[in-house]
Design a protein around this ligand. Sequence first.
Ligand SMILES: Nc1ncnc2c1ncn2[C@@H]1O[C@H](COP(=O)(O)OP(=O)(O)OP(=O)(O)O)[C@@H](O)[C@H]1O
Ligand SMILES: [Mg+2]
Length: 254
Amino acid sequence: MILLSNISQRFERPDGGATLALHDVSLEIPRGEFLLLAGTNGSGKSTLLNVLAGVFPPTSGQVQIDGLDVTRHGPERRAVSLARVFQNPYLSTAGTLTVAENMRLAELRGGTRILRLGLNRTAKTRHADALAACGMGLENFLDRPTNTLSGGQRQALAVVMATIVTPKVLLLDEHTAALDPEAAEKVMQLTARLVSEHAITTVMVTHSLDHLPRFGTRAVLLHLGRVQEEWSGAEKSALTSNELQQRFAGLYGG
Ligand SMILES: Nc1ncnc2c1ncn2[C@@H]1O[C@H](COP(=O)(O)OP(=O)(O)OP(=O)(O)O)[C@@H](O)[C@H]1O
Ligand SMILES: [Mg+2]
């Protein structure tokens, strides 16, 4: 479980002022929850992911993961249990390495479990099986440099890499936003399946309003660094793009 308690994040601006990117945000994210984070531009979504990833410690407040206070732990220390996929396909995979080499690197994050697996199955079969499950033909590209893949193929690879060793926490920052609608849908379906199969505690930032009713177990709307509203269960499933658009228009108006 992730526990964010009274998180505030203040950034000093060059003009001497300051931006309060997060304002006293408290969130409890139970183990296995798939949380969607929506909100206006600059509402603090990426900042919240950065605080979760340990990119910087929050100005105030506490972050706990499975009962452990990780507020002051940096990204390297959290990397063992935390995986992240970015919007830009170039950031989550190494372009000059082959697909198989990227998969191997992803496996090494977990250490012992994979070493054990390695005794009875070759790495290549393991990688091919994991990639075949995406249904995007990636298993045929194992020896290709990753920079010869399309953006959609590369994001699918990034999602498989992020989940190949089940992380305690998966962070997705608009990871389908740069893809065409068909590739975006495939990568979202893949994400939803892997998150649910492995019951991974996941926080996904999205600007796609149709994601809110369709994916995840809870959705939170951020505005000006505060949680404005949240939906789950039947209420979330019943959300329509129209309603959400009006909700956003209201935020900008107010
Ligand atoms: N490293 C930083 N230094 C200074 N200001 C920052 C930094 N990161 C974010 N901010 C500011 O904090 C606020 C929240 O930014 P953040 O990137 O979290 O928004 P966001 O919700 O992810 O927006 P978007 O939807 O555009 O991606 C913005 O006003 C932004 O300019
Ligand atoms: Mg952002």
